[in-house]
Design a protein around this ligand. Structure first.
Ligand SMILES: Cc1cc2nc3c(=O)[nH]c(=O)nc-3n(C[C@H](O)[C@H](O)[C@H](O)COP(=O)(O)OP(=O)(O)OC[C@H]3O[C@@H](n4cnc5c(N)ncnc54)[C@H](O)[C@@H]3O)c2cc1C
Length: 306
């Protein structure tokens, strides 16, 4: 499995949503995705490894997230640019045009989750993992200041393919396993689940200070796995492998897995092969891959599709 990105092209065959910009040609249905201009309103540290950046924009109130793990594509300026260079106004042609541009000029495109939104205020919150200075998005987030300009490609209707958490009707048992990149998604899923659903969740974070409350009406048991510097990524895999999950209770559960690609792949294999969960009831998504940038993954996916 390769990680997916929230933006085209599909970086994973398994779960991919393909946002395209809003357009209204006479003969075609309107796209469920549109471009939004936005700028940083404020930033707030959530813990040692995560910063919440609030974006605001005149039209941003029209971004219609479906909650849960709603993702979108974020476009960031290159160093020295005051705004991201994105070929908008081309309908579905924007992606080919963006691909054809000089990589040092075109905007950096990365996938993120809608952590919260306040449509009346035209605000969207995004929780960025600060994973060092290795990637342009984490570098940008570390230095973000009010007024910094970005663009979002996000949903204009809550019913859109960039929501991956879709338990079948009647689901009353849910398993969640994630790392810090999928913590905003786990928070969104738990906030969305109703009372009466039993949840076992495992969330791996770099530092103890990254642990935070995850409000929910569901009957949830959340296990935090604090990596600290000396532990490798993927503690969540060992934790799920070692968990008591009696088949009679959890065998028919719906599982949602997201985080580093190899860890997600190992988790999925374990749940399907060793715990007997139905393949179709395990939603999984590699949010990133150790040693590969999102750009690398996009290139790989395009080559695979060709
Ligand atoms: C649907 C979806 C939703 C996502 N939501 C969020 C979100 O809400 N918040 C969030 O922070 N991330 C989220 N991610 C993950 C995020 O898109 C990736 O971490 C992305 O690679 C970050 O871009 P970058 O420019 O910082 O690093 P890149 O340029 O893509 O990568 C540079 C290097 O950093 C490594 N790297 C990337 N991410 C991490 C990491 N987290 N820890 C350690 N090393 C890393 C790569 O392996 C590579 O070696 C999401 C991904 C998807 C597909």
């Amino acid at each position: 499995m390769t990680p997916r990105t929230a933006a085209p092209p599909a970086a994973s065959a398994a779960v991919h949503r393909r946002p395209t910009p809003r357009r209204a040609p006479a003969a075609r249905p309107a796209s469920p995705f549109g471009f939004f201009e936005a700028s940083v309103v404020r930033t707030a540290r959530l813990g040692p490894s995560l910063v919440r950046i609030t974006f605001g924009g005149e039209r941003l109130g029209r971004l219609a997230g479906g909650g849960r793990d709603q993702s979108f594509s974020l476009f960031l300026p290159q160093p020295g640019q005051s705004e991201p260079v994105v070929p908008v106004g081309l309908g579905d042609g924007w992606f080919a045009a963006w691909r054809a541009m000089d990589p040092e000029v075109r905007a950096v495109m990365r996938s993120y989750t809608v952590a919260a939104q306040r449509p009346k205020a035209g605000e969207v919150d995004v929780d960025f993992v600060l994973h060092g200075d290795t990637g342009p998005a984490t570098r940008w987030a570390r230095r973000a200041r009010p007024g910094d300009r970005v663009r979002l490609l996000g949903p204009v209707t809550p019913e859109n393919k960039s929501v991956g958490f879709r338990p079948p009707a009647g689901t009353d048992r849910v398993l969640l396993a994630a790392d810090e990149t999928a913590l905003p998604a786990v928070a969104g899923i738990l906030a969305w689940l109703p009372a009466g659903v039993r949840v076992r969740a495992w969330v791996e974070v770099p530092r103890a200070g990254d642990v935070r409350p995850l409000p929910t009406a569901a009957d949830a048991e959340v296990t935090w796995l604090v990596r600290e510097d000396f532990r490798r990524h993927g503690a969540v895999v060992d934790a799920v492998r070692g968990a008591a999950l009696p088949g009679e209770t959890w065998g028919g559960a719906y599982a949602w897995l997201a985080g580093e690609a190899a860890a997600v792949r190992a988790l999925r294999r374990h749940l399907v092969s060793e715990r007997g969960l139905e393949r179709g009831r395990v939603a999984f998504s590699g949010y990133w891959r150790l040693g590969a940038s999102e750009e690398d993954l996009r290139t790989e996916a395009l080559a695979g599709a060709a």
